[in-house]
Design a protein around this ligand. Structure first.
Ligand SMILES: [Zn+2]
Length: 260
């Protein structure tokens, strides 16, 4: 599942192509959007900005219209320089949105959340207004994060709580595991037994790594415990474990030797 850094990286690649410009064409090949008339509604409008909050991406057009995207498990954004275009295995038929400008194609594949909203709707939409502070925000709002964490179920494991986008937006399963490992905190420890300093140590550990990935792409993540079950911990040599956690049973990777 794409995490906040992957979404920020997509926005980083899209901005030079689209921000400040009127797209030359807007297409919605997927049948789901055939009746929505986005090309007509957005025709002639410049894209004023492309912004992200956690795993959500917003393409903002002049005149108060915003395309809101969330990739969930299946979707992706791709930016194709001139002369390339969608190639297998990403069939053009799987494209939900294609924006072209100056020979570039910006393509959103496989949805699954892609909708045209007004700017004011994005502020009052319950799904969006409930989001916690963005982990990648240059001025991360630690007070808001801690207040939300303290109002969450205190019996919940800290690893599970970090995945809840209402506590902090942008952390997915990999960064949850990496953050707990870097801060040497057991992801199964109850939130009530994690101090504010420990919770912030997790956030502080992953912010620079996520920011680097947001700038350079996800290949630079270099995981220490994620997907390394059965291998030795890089810090203490104990065997890395894996087990499903939380309501969604997301696999948590951790080292029982040095994470307490
Ligand atoms: Zn260890």
């Amino acid at each position: 599942m794409p995490e906040g850094d992957t979404i920020a990286y997509a926005a980083h690649r899209m901005r030079p192509v689209l921000a400040g410009h009127v797209p030359e064409s807007i297409r919605t090949p997927h049948p789901r959007h055939a009746m929505d008339r986005w090309p007509e509604r957005l025709a002639g409008r410049a894209i004023s900005e492309i912004r992200t909050h956690g795993k959500h991406l917003f393409v903002c057009f002049e005149g108060d219209l915003v395309i809101h995207s969330h990739l969930r498990m299946t979707g992706s954004w791709r930016v194709y320089p001139p002369g390339t275009g969608p190639r297998p295995p990403r069939s053009p038929r799987l494209a939900w949105l294609v924006l072209t400008r100056a020979g570039h194609e910006v393509v959103q594949f496989n949805g699954p959340v892609l909708e045209l909203l007004t700017e004011s709707r994005t502020r009052f939409d319950q799904r969006l207004s409930a989001l916690g502070p963005d982990v990648l925000d240059a001025e991360f709002d630690a007070a808001a994060f801690l207040a939300r964490l303290r109002s969450d179920d205190p019996t919940r494991g800290i690893g599970d709580a970090l995945l809840d986008q209402r506590n902090v937006a942008g952390i997915g399963n990999i960064w949850k595991c990496e953050g707990c490992w870097e801060a040497a905190i057991d992801p199964w420890r109850r939130v009530s037994a994690v101090t504010d300093e420990e919770a912030m140590a997790i956030i502080s550990a992953i912010r620079p790594r996520m920011a680097h990935s947001a700038r350079h792409g996800r290949m630079d993540r270099n995981p220490q415990v994620s997907r390394r079950a059965g291998r030795p911990c890089p810090r203490c040599g104990a065997t890395v474990m894996a087990r499903g956690q939380g309501d969604d049973n997301r696999t948590t990777f951790w080292c029982p030797g040095c994470q307490r």
